[in-house]
Design a binder for this molecule. Sequence first.
Ligand code: AP5
Length: 217
Amino acid sequence: MVIILLGAPGAGKGTQAKRIMQEYRIPQISTGDILRAEVEAQSDLGKLVKSIMEQGQLVSDDIMIQIIEKRIQQPDCRKGFILDGFPRTIPQAQALEELIQKRDSGRLKVIEISVPDEEIIKRISNRRVCRVCGKDYNRLFHPPPPDNRCEVCGGDVIQRSDDTEETVRKRLAEYRNKTAALVDYYEKKNRLYRVNGLQSIDQVFRDIQTILERNGP
Ligand code: AP5
């Protein structure tokens, strides 16, 4: 099973990818998390992408395709994987197609989680994350502890540097200009499913389960 979660920033891709990973025992591949780990480690790649990410722009296709090519060759991806944040452009989607052709590309399902912009801005500007373990908090319904120490690992709970309202608006524009075309792209290939992301996290997950457990493309 190869699952692509498509959706604007803050639509709930990461939240749902973690639920799918637990339920179906296939890894979540979050390109955003991979890049943030490189930034945190101050690697050459991290130094290259830091300001691009902070400005809410997309990292180049070449870099992203190389990252994915390497990651999906890992043994834990043999039974399938969940792509959270990739592909984000048509060239990335075409490259992915070639990469999974050797495997069973017939098992690909693309799930678009749709949420209106104003709700996205509300969600993202209230999101906080642990910089050590990545645990997600949200001031609206699961606020971080008062001392901003993660309840799981004790790490610092912070706001992502690209989660300010100004940058979120830029990320939304990037989504519309470069990523939204993938909805059409996968619809034409008969791979696309849509889920209403305005529902509760549990209900969104139930809808995704129905899609994943349905036979056919
Ligand atoms: P990335 O980390 O992928 O960011 P994103 O796509 O902008 O997605 P987010 O992580 O912000 O949101 P999400 O949809 O996962 O929502 P979440 O579940 O967290 O990418 C960051 C940057 O890296 C990019 O801007 C780019 O620079 C670069 N990059 C990454 N991949 C790239 C690629 N392929 N090509 C080029 N550049 C790339 O939910 C958000 C909040 O809402 C949370 O607080 C959550 O608790 C809450 N929430 C979730 N679901 C619900 C619900 N149903 N109801 C209420 N609240 C909810």
